[in-house]
Design a protein around this ligand. Structure first.
Ligand code: CO8
Length: 381
């Protein structure tokens, strides 16, 4: 589904990026995992020998960097993740009258975006929180942030895994373009670490925590030199079980462990790689061409950040020999996969240097499967 002729010109006027100060390197993560695996194999040696249980194989920092491009990740807390007897973050529960962790992260990014856009909460009338996981069902995290900022309007949460950011930006663009909303705050707080199985060698290294936010408004209302006009948006979904989390409230009624097998993030990474690369490249190609632009002419691609080899392949398909890290920047080396936030981090860090008139594509691809893109053009102040 594409939306290329917007009734009213809309812009992303600024973005905010909140990066948790704590980091974990591959070496630290692998050391904790290998200590855990050794102890697990020792404790379960009888079952492993009898073939009733599989031994935990060792992880390797070299494999992680080569297979994914990830060198380290930011997390809201290191506490617990690196403890071989715990293998999950320790985030104490907060009282109902305290700001929840995900709202706190989102609020920090939102304040940075508002400041950069030269806007105040009084200018905002819609807040969307889009994330791969939501800390609770209700009240919406978006409404909690709305209240913390004192925004008069409405707010809601939405979940489309890795495409939660592009899809929530698209909802904001549509609402402003139609005239239903004047100025929107789109917030993507990815609190990924609680859903990572740090005892699983295949996925323990993939994710990091981060929060990003964007101010979306009418081009006529923009007063920043960081604004990008939205030329068009396009979204596509196709059902796949290759990336899945079965965590959910029905576990209680099914009498199963809510954190048992299949309940945390798991994937068939090879299949995802093979299937999603051509889908994403074809999606972007057709989207920019619908707007009369050749893929190779696009100055910058802010691609979803899951795997460096995926991004290199897609960049090559789009730009041929003109592909480079400058034109399709990588942030996952230091942020890891941050769910839906990755492409917005790349946009935040690598867009201000481009001149007015430059064109770029912000794109996500991942679980669902889902693909979302926004074709953007830098505005002259
Ligand atoms: N250390 C050493 N060896 C390892 C490790 C490790 N840590 N992990 C796997 N191996 C081994 C495997 O066991 C395998 O061994 P063997 O050949 O003996 O069977 C060998 O290395 C090769 O394994 P793979 O084939 O799995 O390795 P790949 O080269 O395919 O790399 C990747 C694995 C990195 C996972 C890669 O497949 C990949 O990145 N694929 C793309 C996946 C992707 O993009 N997924 C998107 C997921 S994110 C998303 O959609 C958002 C969901 C929301 C989540 C939000 C927060 C939780």
């Amino acid at each position: 589904m594409s939306q290329n002729k917007l009734p009213r010109a809309v812009a992303i006027s600024a973005t905010g990026l909140w990066t948790p100060p704590e980091t974990i390197s591959n070496t630290e993560l692998v050391e904790a995992y290998n200590t855990y695996a050794e102890a697990y194999n020792h404790t379960h040696s009888a079952q492993i020998q009898a073939g009733a249980l599989a031994a935990k194989p060792p992880s390797s920092a070299e494999f992680i960097e080569k297979a994914s491009g990830i060198k380290s990740r930011h997390v809201v807390t290191r506490e617990g993740i690196l403890d071989p007897t715990r293998m999950r973050p320790h985030l104490p529960e907060r009282r109902d009258d305290e700001l929840c962790m995900q709202a706190e992260m989102g609020l920090k990014a939102a304040r940075l975006a508002l400041e950069k856009a030269a806007k105040t909460p009084r200018d905002i009338d819609m807040v969307i929180v889009g994330a791969s996981y939501l800390q609770r069902a209700y009240p919406a995290i978006a409404i909690e942030i709305q209240a913390a900022l004192g925004i008069d309007g409405f707010a809601f949460d939405m979940e489309v895994a890795c495409s939660s950011a592009t899809f929530s930006l698209q909802r904001a663009v549509d609402a402003i373009s139609s005239g239903a909303t004047r100025t929107a705050l789109v917030i993507n707080p990815e609190l990924a670490s609680p859903q990572v199985d740090y005892t699983d060698r295949d996925s323990h290294f993939i994710f990091g925590d981060v929060a990003v936010a964007s101010v979306v408004e009418r081009c006529d209302d923009c007063h920043t030199d960081t604004a990008w006009k939205v030329l068009g948006t396009k979204a596509k979904t196709m059902f796949s079980n290759n990336i899945r989390s079965n965590f959910g409230y029905t576990a209680r009624a099914a009498d199963v462990d809510p954190f048992g097998p299949g309940k945390l993030f798991h994937q068939n990474g090879r299949k995802v790689f093979k299937e999603v690369c051509p889908i994403a490249a074809a999606h972007i190609e057709s989207h920019v061409r619908e707007l009369g632009v050749e893929p190779a002419e696009v100055q910058r691609y802010w691609l979803h950040q899951a795997n460096i080899n995926m991004n290199n392949l897609i960049a090559k398909k789009l730009m041929g020999s003109g592909a480079s890290i400058e034109r399709a920047p990588i942030v996952l080396d230091r942020y890891a996969n941050t769910g839906c936030a990755g492409s917005v981090i790349a946009f935040n860090l690598y867009s201000d240097d481009l001149p007015p008139g430059a064109r770029g594509v912000l794109c996500s691809f991942g679980a669902g499967y889902s693909v979302g893109s926004l074709v953007l053009e830098k505005i002259a102040l």
